[in-house]
Design a protein around this ligand. Structure first.
Ligand code: FES
Length: 282
């Protein structure tokens, strides 16, 4: 019986086959488009940073709009803490906006995400850029030193998780504002659909977090009785969505920008959002 291809690979690796096969940055025996994924991800991250900078620093108007009394806010500027009572009357500098005050939390959460670490090590440090592809000589000299110096901040991921959970809840709260009309009716708008999709994907992203999975049950030795059994069950459930953590990372990130672009377009009158009253309404 012929052994499977994968079985041969495992057999060869077990024989101490040295990887990567070819020396020199980017050299490899791979014949697929191994560079496509890191290239697309690198471009995506750069665009995300540039858009965020432009929005937060140079164009912080048009962050929300009203349609039939329902209020829609850009995901990038939510929660708009400057509207909160505790900040009312604060004579803040003109460059301070809700994103300046809040965005560092989701930014740090995403920046220290285990999946994100893999992405930036591949795309920006080429360490390595892909499996079985050689890395730059400088990487070999410096070597991977673990989570040290600046990268120590990665160890705070769990605390950023704690901080991002209230923001996630507020995003769900934002959706209720997009569904409440001035004529005492309830329904939905285009903004409701976009914010809802963003909140769903963000919820999957946060609840599939490796740190949350560890906290839920991964830190226990056994899940046999009582609360440990419940935590074991929770661990198993989180493990299922954790498999697609990377997907939830990207789709929830993309929807932040889709929501922001939608808000700008509606706020400037380029798009006219609709309102559909389903319950009540005078
Ligand atoms: Fe990615 Fe926690 S590991 S959000």
């Amino acid at each position: 019986m012929r052994p499977l291809k994968g079985a041969w690979l495992v057999y060869l690796m077990g024989q101490g086959l040295k990887l990567p096969m070819l020396n020199g940055m980017g050299r490899t025996d791979r014949i697929d488009n191994w560079w496509a994924q890191p290239a697309v991800m690198g471009i995506g991250l750069i665009l995300a940073v540039l858009w965020t900078l432009w929005r937060v620093v140079f164009f912080s108007d048009h962050i929300d709009y009203d349609v039939n009394g329902a209020h829609v806010i850009s995901p990038m500027f939510s929660p708009n803490v400057l509207d909160w009572d505790m900040f009312s009357g604060w004579d803040h500098p003109s460059w301070v906006n809700a994103a300046v005050l809040i965005l560092w939390i989701p930014f740090s959460f995403r920046g220290t995400c285990y999946y994100m670490r893999r992405v930036y090590y591949r795309t920006f440090f080429a360490s390595p850029v892909a499996c079985w592809v050689d890395e730059p000589e400088i990487n070999k000299k410096i070597g991977y030193k673990g989570e040290k110096r600046l990268f120590l901040i990665n160890n705070l991921h769990r605390y950023f998780l704690y901080m991002v959970i209230p923001i996630l809840l507020i995003k769900w709260w934002d959706i209720t504002h997009t569904m409440t009309f001035s004529n005492d009716g309830y329904g939905f708008t285009g903004g409701t659909i976009i914010l809802f999709l963003e909140a769903v994907c963000l919820t999957f992203y946060v609840t599939s977090c490796h740190a949350l999975r560890h906290l839920a049950g991964g830190m226990l030795d056994r899940w046999t009785t009582g609360i440990s059994k419940v935590r074991g069950a929770l661990f198993s459930k989180i493990s299922i969505i954790n498999r697609d953590h990377g997907f939830w990372f990207w789709i929830s990130l993309i929807l932040v920008f889709v929501g922001d672009a939608w808000t700008i377009a509606c706020s400037k009158g380029i798009i006219n959002d609709f309102s559909l009253v389903l319950i009540g309404g005078a």
